[in-house]
Ligand binder design. Structure first.
Ligand SMILES: [Zn+2]
Length: 391
């Protein structure tokens, strides 16, 4: 009987896996030892540990991984290793909607061959004439444009006016309904079949802006003011008045920099900071952009995100500082569709405007903003495109 019991115990022990009774332990010198579980209990009181108690896996940005002693984790982190694999992996996106997760060290190489860091960069928002929006992969854009979607909301909207001269941008699909309800395609008093031109004023606002605004308002005339961002704090009241009188606000950069010499981020700040400041100051965002010195290239036109407005008549008012010369420069040459360049920071220009505006009106010109000129003469202006006149 005793033999039978011994055999039974032996058989029972035999079917237990060997590993269940063996344990591997580690010490802080990186040595390991495999012992029975009973022995392990004793060793664990003597500087030996289970793996997970003293090791942490760390990852490098080029895809390596190492078991690091947990009590020395700070040293590993200082040397550029990371505890979370997600810290060394980056998800990238392609223009046709694929995504891929790569080691950080590989990111540059992937960006160079058409992958992008954010889904936003590979998506484009498109608009329909009835006011719908859709976000599609960049690779699909051309196909969508071919079937009646558009890149800019402006392309699918039309500005209409009511009897009080209030403006409203409506979806193209709604235009007929608005016209039937008494809305007009042009500002009251404006007849698109008659001559019109756009007076533009750069480099302000300034101390003579109010004089020019008074004159424009008295003659029921509109103009476009290309403002310099860093003047909007000091001349905020003038900017507000420009907006209240229905003048168009244009962006003339933050500090009158020559934009073609700037890097991408400096260029973006010159434009965006001015937009932001105008919005904060007068609640209006510039709708058109004129680069200082008229100096532009593809990068500037793209960063503008608005129609880029040059001029067809340069009065050289900044150079002559002579009201007679400025008056003559305009009156001798003005014709339908012109965009006329002046600067509202000179007293001589304000004096010239007080004669120019009534004389142009007397000659039958309608004085409109640049965007109105674009609307009446070309069905609207396009962002990123440069105009020196619209006929
Ligand atoms: Zn300027």
């Amino acid at each position: 009987m005793r033999n039978f019991m011994a055999a039974l115990v032996a058989a029972f022990v035999a079917i237990l896996p060997v590993s269940a009774t063996e344990v591997t332990l580690y010490n802080l010198n990186g040595e390991e030892i495999t012992v029975s579980s009973g022995e392990a209990e004793r060793l664990r009181r003597d500087g030996w540990y289970y793996f997970d108690e003293i090791y942490t896996v760390v990852y490098s940005e080029d895809g390596r991984s190492v078991n690091a002693l947990t009590n020395r984790l700070d040293e590993w982190k200082n040397a550029g290793w990371y505890e979370n694999m997600s810290d060394v992996r980056t998800t990238l996106y392609s223009e046709d909607g694929r995504s891929i997760t790569v080691w950080n060290a590989e990111v540059k190489a992937y960006l160079a061959v058409g992958w992008y860091r954010t889904p936003e960069e590979v998506h484009t928002t498109l608009y329909s004439e009835d006011g719908r929006e859709i976000s599609v992969w960049n690779a699909e854009v051309e196909a969508y444009l071919a079937v009646g979607w558009y890149r800019n909301p402006e392309e699918v909207q039309t500005v209409l006016y009511n009897e009080n001269g209030e403006e409203k941008a409506v979806w193209n699909a709604e235009v007929e309904a608005y016209l039937a309800a008494g809305w007009l395609r042009s500002r009251p008093g404006i007849d698109p079949s008659r001559p019109m031109l756009a007076l533009t004023f750069d480099d302000g606002p300034g101390p003579y802006t109010d004089r020019i605004l008074d004159c424009l308002a008295q003659n029921n005339a509109k103009a476009t003011f290309f403002v310099v961002g860093n003047r909007l704090g000091r001349y905020g009241a003038q900017l507000k008045r420009e907006a209240e009188l229905g003048m168009e606000i244009g962006n003339h950069s933050w500090s009158h920099a020559s934009l073609t010499n700037l890097g991408d981020s400096a260029l973006a700040s010159q434009i965006n900071d001015t937009n932001t400041k105008a919005l904060e100051t007068a609640g209006v965002c510039p709708t058109v952009m004129r680069p200082p010195y008229g100096s532009h290239n593809a990068a500037v036109r793209s960063a503008a995100g608005m129609p880029v407005i040059l001029w067809s008549i340069d009065t050289l008012d900044w150079k002559t500082r002579n009201a007679d010369a400025t008056y003559k420069a305009v009156i001798d040459k003005a014709k339908d569709g012109d965009i006329i360049l002046m600067h509202d920071i000179h007293e001589s220009t304000a004096a010239a405007v007080e004669r120019i505006v009534p004389e142009l009106v007397r000659r039958g010109f309608q004085l409109v903003t640049v965007s109105e000129l674009g609307q009446y003469r070309a069905g609207g202006l396009t962002a990123g495109k440069a105009y020196s006149s619209v006929r």
